[in-house]
Design a protein around this ligand. Structure first.
Ligand SMILES: Cc1cc2nc3c(=O)[nH]c(=O)nc-3n(C[C@H](O)[C@H](O)[C@H](O)COP(=O)(O)O)c2cc1C
Length: 221
């Protein structure tokens, strides 16, 4: 092989390597930008009753949002974490060290991973369930600057109006960003059809999409 031929082969080889490099770089950045675009929203089920309607509502919500490519959702049940009542001497707001207590750490990790929340909560005597408040109070920084929408439900006709306004005050104190839209599901005992779907699904779907748009808009990077 003469010198010119050798140089030609090396040039083609170099160009090939350069193009493969460019290709893999653009693939990586595509993956990164997609990851950056899809907001991770956790749907929190606040009732810890074994027969809670909250799981069914959360699953319906997840299903109604499944076609949106700008979010990824999961369902988090407060009941599954078996959180003890918060009794530490220090307030979570002043916590500097990493959490080592395994039960609380598991809860902190799942909250940390979310970028925003939809809290699904029943109304109990005009308020929210105590275990939900304990789950919120047990952390602080993990909630900060994250947007949150509330879906209330109740046995009576209000759909959880009082509970929603109380919970909005609490999340504000946790330095979260409550969005303008909240959703009310009244008369929870007749909120589902025989297939387990929300009877008012199309109206709720519209409100949910507005809520999610607001959650994304309020998202902090
Ligand atoms: C302790 C308790 C208090 C309740 N207080 C109210 C209330 O103030 N207003 C209302 O409309 N329904 C009230 N209900 C009915 C619940 O909101 C309703 O049954 C709801 O579906 C319960 O949700 P869960 O089973 O997911 O906990 C109450 C239920 C319980 C258990």
């Amino acid at each position: 092989m003469n010198h010119v031929k050798f140089m030609r082969i090396m040039t083609v080889f170099g160009v090939l390597i350069f193009m493969i490099g460019l290709g893999s770089k653009s693939l990586c950045s595509k993956a990164e930008s997609k990851k950056g675009a899809a907001m991770k929203i956790s749907i929190i089920v606040g009732s810890v009753r074994s027969t809670t309607t909250g799981i069914q509502i959360a699953q319906n919500i997840q299903n109604l949002l499944k076609d949106r490519s700008d979010i990824v959702t999961d369902v988090i049940c407060v009941a599954h974490y078996h959180l003890p009542f918060y009794t530490d001497e220090a307030s979570p707001a002043s916590r500097k060290e990493e959490i080592i207590e395994p039960v609380l750490k598991k809860w902190a990790d799942v909250v940390t991973q979310a970028e925003g929340f939809i809290i699904v909560s029943p109304e109990y005597n005009g308020g929210y369930p105590a275990p939900l408040k304990n789950a919120l109070d047990s952390l602080y920084q993990e909630w900060n600057n994250k947007s949150v929408g509330i879906v209330g439900y109740s046995g009576g006709p209000s759909g959880g109006t009082c509970m929603i306004s109380q919970l909005q005050q609490v999340v504000q104190r946790l330095e979260m960003i409550p969005v303008a839209t909240s959703i009310k599901i009244p008369c929870s005992w007749k909120a589902f059809n025989e297939y387990g779907d929300l009877v008012n699904a199309s109206a709720i779907e519209k409100e949910l999409n507005i809520m999610v748009d607001e959650l994304i808009k309020a998202r902090k990077n």
